[in-house]
Design a protein around this ligand. Structure first.
Ligand SMILES: [Zn+2]
Length: 135
């Protein structure tokens, strides 16, 4: 009986996408919305939670594997960037006594100079833009 169900499920899932990091995030976000609805008694949250669950299920059972994979890649790139910039902001805050942080006027990437170095010519490591800066 159990074996039959397992086989049936496997047959059902054949050629379908299955779960990924994005569907896991959707399920967690859906659960959070549901809990918010319970705590705040705002029913809108439970609808959002339900929508997130349906969306996650839709993606897991989808046969368009390529499209779903693309969505997951985008999600990973987005969260990866957010994690990296959060980590960098933390490092900047920790080192702000030693270094003066500023952005390149051309490409806006972060640069730093040791404090008390005086006015120097800075070359951006990313776009090779040169400019004067006091630190
Ligand atoms: Zn630059």
């Amino acid at each position: 009986m159990w074996q039959n169900m397992k086989n049936g499920f496997r047959r059902f899932m054949q050629g379908r996408y299955g779960g990924d990091q994005l569907s896991r995030a959707q399920l967690i976000a859906g659960l959070v919305c549901y809990l918010l609805a319970l705590i705040s008694r705002v029913t809108l949250f439970s609808y959002i939670g339900l929508a997130l669950y349906f969306w996650a299920l839709f993606r897991m059972f989808s046969r368009n594997v390529e499209k779903r994979g693309e969505e997951n890649r985008k999600y990973l790139a987005l969260t990866g960037n957010a994690k990296t910039s959060f980590r960098q902001a933390k490092v900047r805050a920790q080192n702000s006594k030693q270094y003066k942080y500023f952005r390149c006027p051309k490409c806006h990437s972060y640069l730093k100079l040791p404090r008390g170095v005086g006015e120097v010519t800075v070359t951006c490591g990313k776009c090779k833009n040169q400019f004067r800066k006091k630190a």
